[in-house]
Write a protein that binds this ligand. Structure first.
Ligand SMILES: [Zn+2]
Length: 244
């Protein structure tokens, strides 16, 4: 029942914009928008919900108005905060699917861990340069984001603000994220689906990842069963493949 579905958007940047538009048009009932950034002129080319007149205003306010113009029956909830260790589990609890298009590894792993612990399905998306990925994790949480990416990498990572990302790329990846989220809402078995898009070759590849028995989050003896702030804070300044 899409009309009764509740979806939480984590990040309303380059990926969150197109993903939320597709979800709104697909008649998802409620979209909650979690972001505490303001609209920035330098990101407008890939953040397609916003206009130049939006610059300086909170993204959640501008996105809510734009989404309601697209889908007047939509219920939009504005969460004026980003996902943080202290609010993560409470924030994701009660949603059918979380759609995560954040721009740093700490947020991605935090959202993954919180959703696993609350039994909430999540779709992760990332786009850097010409490569984009979308991963669906079902409500049972296995296989999960940590099965594929294991842990926050140490050392500097290239985020889209440094490495760059092609504007049209995020539209493709956002649409792929929305497609996986809709499948989860509709009850289709897409858990573990990893879609990779290479814009240089136009190659779209879809495979199902396997759960790792030793995974710290979903493995046979998981080490991660709570949200420990230190797990994310120490490395939270490192950006990655999300696109803001
Ligand atoms: Zn796992």
């Amino acid at each position: 029942m899409r009309g009764a579905a509740r979806v939480l958007m984590v990040g309303m940047g380059g990926l969150g914009c197109p993903a939320s538009m597709a979800l709104a048009r697909a008649k998802i009932g409620t979209l909650a928008l979690a972001d505490d950034d303001d609209v920035d002129l330098s990101n407008l080319h890939r953040q397609i919900l916003y206009a130049e007149s939006s610059v300086g205003n909170p993204k959640v306010d501008e996105a809510a108005a734009a989404l309601l113009r697209l889908a007047p029956g939509l219920v939009v909830e504005r969460v004026g905060s980003r996902i943080l260790p202290e609010n993560a589990r409470a924030l994701v609890s009660g949603f059918d699917v979380v759609v995560e298009g954040s721009d740093n590894f700490a947020t991605k792993f935090l959202a993954a861990d919180a959703c696993a612990q609350e039994g909430v399905a999540i779709v992760h998306g990332a786009a850097v340069r010409w490569i984009g990925t979308a991963l669906a994790v079902g409500p049972r949480g296995r296989p999960c984001y940590r099965c594929v990416f294991e842990d926050i990498p140490s050392g500097a990572q290239a985020g889209c603000n440094d490495a760059g990302v092609m504007g049209p790329m995020v539209g493709v990846v956002g649409a792929l994220m929305a497609d996986l989220a809709i499948a989860l809402v509709d009850g289709r078995d897409v858990a573990g689906s990893l879609v990779t898009y290479d814009a240089r070759t136009d190659a779209l590849r879809r495979r199902t990842v396997a759960a790792r028995p030793g995974c710290a989050l979903c493995g046979d003896t998981p080490a991660i069963t709570t949200i420990d702030e230190l797990r994310y804070a120490a490395r939270s300044s490192q950006p990655t493949g999300g696109a803001r």
